[in-house]
Design a binder for this molecule. Sequence first.
Ligand code: NAD
Length: 327
Amino acid sequence: MENEGSYKILITGGAGFIGANLCEYFLSKGHRVVCLDNFATGHRHNLTACLADANFTLVEGDIRNLADCQKAVAGADYVLHQAALGSVPRSINDPVTSNEVNVSGFLNMLVASRDAQVKRFVYAASSSTYGDSESLPKVEDKIGKPLSPYAITKYVNELYADIFSKTYGLETIGLRYFNVFGRKQDPNGAYAAVIPKFVMQLMKHESPVINGDGNYSRDFTYIDNVIQMNERAMLTANPEAINTVYNTAFGDRNTLNNLVAYLKEYLSEYDAQIASVPVIHGPQRAGDIPHSLASIDKARQLLGYDPQFSIQDGLKQAVKWYWENLK
Ligand code: NAD
């Protein structure tokens, strides 16, 4: 990869699922890592290994506070901005707080990164930006209307990043994550993502509830593919690859029924009874789009992205991690 070296990297939201995985990865590559997090949805236990590393600094703070952003970004070469309030239902229940964190907090991080003259600002965008567009596969320049407050915040992030690159020359890259899963993803709480929630239920022989008939499909993306995208976005020296957004996915889709079948198959290698846990079908959730599938051609062409983990490979790894760490 281009631009190899040792850098100071600020990872906001570094105590969360994706952020903590990024912190561990970039420390393992010999970089210095600063994590800015207020532990709203992240956990200190995600950082146990990082906190033992002399190259790691934790800044407890809130991206809604510009001074916290300035403190954390001081001296950083790169920013990998992950901090946000995720979850569509959370944003429907409390749009004001989602907007404060995801929009005002994002703007604070852009301002602080501009003023600190970082080399590049790479940020977590979202497949929710495709909104009500039904075209498949999703290609970056064809989006629909947002379907939730969360989707609006993530789209506004892209608009601000674009303006900051044009107006102030801040290099930005947005990564539209598609249903990311893997180690450290939180299975608890009202807004837990479907994969860790189902894994925990199956491990307890409880029936997972699928919304609708289970034929809705998603491009489930293993965390190590997302780490690769962050690294490529951070280090690319291709001038045509910056100040834009990329789908960050595997490029395949699986139905919810497929997903549960895989989970039962892989978990039953640890506990044979899980194979016979029944699945319950509930009502379809309002606002869910039926199908999601990313084209990853742009990332392949401009960033050399080459995802290594299919959903099956990733689920085997994730299931092993949950079994060994949370059973
Ligand atoms: P997460 O909830 O595990 O991590 C988010 C982190 O941000 C947490 O550690 C949380 O404490 C921190 N945070 C929240 N508000 C903050 C604030 N005001 N100040 C400082 N820190 C704050 O979620 P995740 O799944 O790791 O998501 C990371 C990013 O990726 C988010 O921006 C999310 O919107 C985006 N994303 C995730 C997915 C996915 O499938 N997981 C899909 C699309 C986009």
